[in-house]
Design a binder for this molecule. Structure first.
Ligand code: HEM
Length: 475
């Protein structure tokens, strides 16, 4: 869920220069050399993962990038120290917002939902949605998750041992199924409305918009790609609005997310959501919920495939805890290693691999002046590999997440779900779903990679070209 921070992000604040004017500011940012005309912009856009890591290694945690027109438009920073992450996401979160380059692109699909709204509108949305994410409600989803995993396993049962599958694609199908049922009580992948295809098409368009921001033609131009997106979006809206309308008339009290959102009232204003808001929120949740968890699970199985010792530890624990049964909620306490495996995968391959912010006011951070309007790039990808906080950062070591080993680590050395008041609303659901699916699938199968995979930094960090593996039934 990262966006490439572009030099020409539309500034809508009065920009100041980054000249250090405050007497309290005693330090300055490092400025890695860039190219003539483009500054650092092309490096960041074209190879964001390797470039952001390499500049941190060479220049440290406090970086100012240069870019075409930067001195008169917008300043652009990469901050990778946990104290900077804490400053921006939590301690002084009211001084920052998500930049337009994120809200404008993603908002084409999610409208004014929680993910892309700001200020009062966001607060209203979040207050209404929060009760649906209460641990108590989330724990009622366990059986549904297990059921969806069983369905997938039954499908694989028909395949020969050693068959090659695209595991990432299979897991996207699984998490989409779970999200659709948790949200609408419906299997949107196979409901005959073409909803799943429309969502994938719209998602692809958003990826394209974000990775090329702001160099894409406006949506009103009658281009094939624009047209295709508009049709997909129209289909999504029509299906969701129809479900909402049916719910309003028939089955108001169904206990899925939509049912809870339909009944939700803002404790401050007493207002509920109208159909447009409900539709935006439902699409937001579908988008935010399924791709991220599918990516996290894909990387988890990838890492287990590459690390036989850890895979053996995982299997010993999970086969003992399940004893041939499907997972359930109680089992989660008996599989702490599986949880650590999932957490370590979220460290090495965070689905939300970066978070952009924009400064609403002049600010000071660790003695450095950040001007109003500055674009800030926080990067899970880089901070999760910071050698000051992670021993052997590139190595897969689930034990890092034992209580004892985590105790001395700064809170924001690890932030796969963000932080502050905009922390991921679905993090408990994601952790539960991750652990359940990992145990359900991992207790029955292990996977052999048929080829090496590299991470693709799209909206979420996914395996480039899919994750092709050979299915191997566990003994
Ligand atoms: C492994 C899975 C997941 C990861 C890594 C993840 C990560 C994140 C991150 C980093 C943010 C903060 C974005 C920002 O502030 O810039 C976020 C926000 C959000 N996530 Fe997740 N997420 C996951 C799963 C889910 C699930 C399952 C749901 C819903 C069912 C969900 C719904 C949301 C929503 C609605 C927001 C916006 C919250 C707000 O702005 O108030 N996410 N997520």
């Amino acid at each position: 869920m990262y966006v490439f921070l572009h030099y020409s992000d539309r500034p809508h604040y009065n920009m100041t220069t980054s000249k250090n004017t405050s007497p309290a500011c005693t330090a300055d940012f490092e400025r890695p050399p860039g190219e003539f005309f483009f500054g650092n912009a092309r490096f960041v856009n074209q190879t964001p993962l390797t470039y952001s890591l390499s500049v941190r290694e060479r220049f440290g945690d406090w970086i100012e990038f240069s870019a075409f027109f930067a001195p008169v438009t917008v300043r652009w920073y990469q901050l990778t120290h946990p104290c900077a992450v804490e400053h921006v996401l939590q301690k002084h979160q009211n001084r920052y917002r998500k930049p337009d380059l994120f809200n404008d692109s993603v908002g084409l699909m999610t409208g004014n939902g929680i993910l892309t709204s700001e200020g009062e509108q966001w607060m209203h949305n979040r207050r209404l949605a929060q009760p649906a994410f209460h641990r108590q409600h989330i724990s009622t989803l366990a059986d549904l998750m297990v059921g969806c995993c069983d369905e997938l396993l039954q499908k694989w049962q028909k395949l020969d041992d050693g068959s090659v599958i695209d595991l990432h694609k299979e897991l996207v199908g699984l998490t989409f199924n779970i999200a659709g049922q948790a949200l609408f009580g419906a299997d949107l992948g196979h409901d005959g409305t073409g909803f799943g295809d429309a969502l994938r098409d719209a998602f692809e368009f958003i990826n394209y918009k974000m990775t090329n921001y702001p160099m894409t033609p406006p949506l009103w131009l009658p281009l094939k790609r624009n047209q295709h997106f508009k049709e997909a979006k129209n289909q999504l809206d029509t299906v969701v609005l129809k479900i909402i309308e049916q719910r309003r008339h028939n089955n108001f009290s169904q206990n899925d997310f939509l049912g809870l959102l339909l009944n939700a009232r803002d404790e401050v204003s007493g207002e509920g959501m109208n159909d447009q808001q409900l539709k935006d929120e439902a699409i937001t949740l579908l988008v935010a919920a399924h791709d991220t968890v599918a990516a996290a699970l894909s990387w988890t199985f990838y890492l287990l495939a590459k690390n036989p010792l850890e895979d053996r530890n995982f299997y010993d624990e999970v086969s003992g805890a399940l004893a041939g049964q499907s997972p359930n909620l109680q089992m989660m306490e008996k599989t702490p290693y599986a949880k650590m495996v999932f957490e370590e995968a979220l460290r090495l391959y965070p689905p939300a691999w970066g978070q952009p912010r924009q400064a609403l006011v002049d600010d000071e951070i660790e003695g450095r002046h950040l001007p109003k309007g500055a674009i800030i790039s926080l990067s899970q990808w880089v901070t999760h590999r910071h050698p000051e906080f992670w021993d052997k950062p590139e190595t897969f070591l689930p034990e890092r997440f034992s209580q004892q080993n985590s105790a001395s680590r700064p809170r924001f050395a690890y932030f796969p779900f963000g932080g502050g008041s905009r922390v991921c609303i679905g993090q408990h659901m994601a952790m539960m779903e991750g652990q359940i699916a990992l145990c359900a699938i991992g207790s029955r199968y292990r996977f052999e990679l048929t080829e090496e995979v590299t991470p693709d930094p799209t909206f979420t960090l996914i395996p480039k070209g899919g994750l092709h593996v050979r299915l191997r039934r566990r003994a």
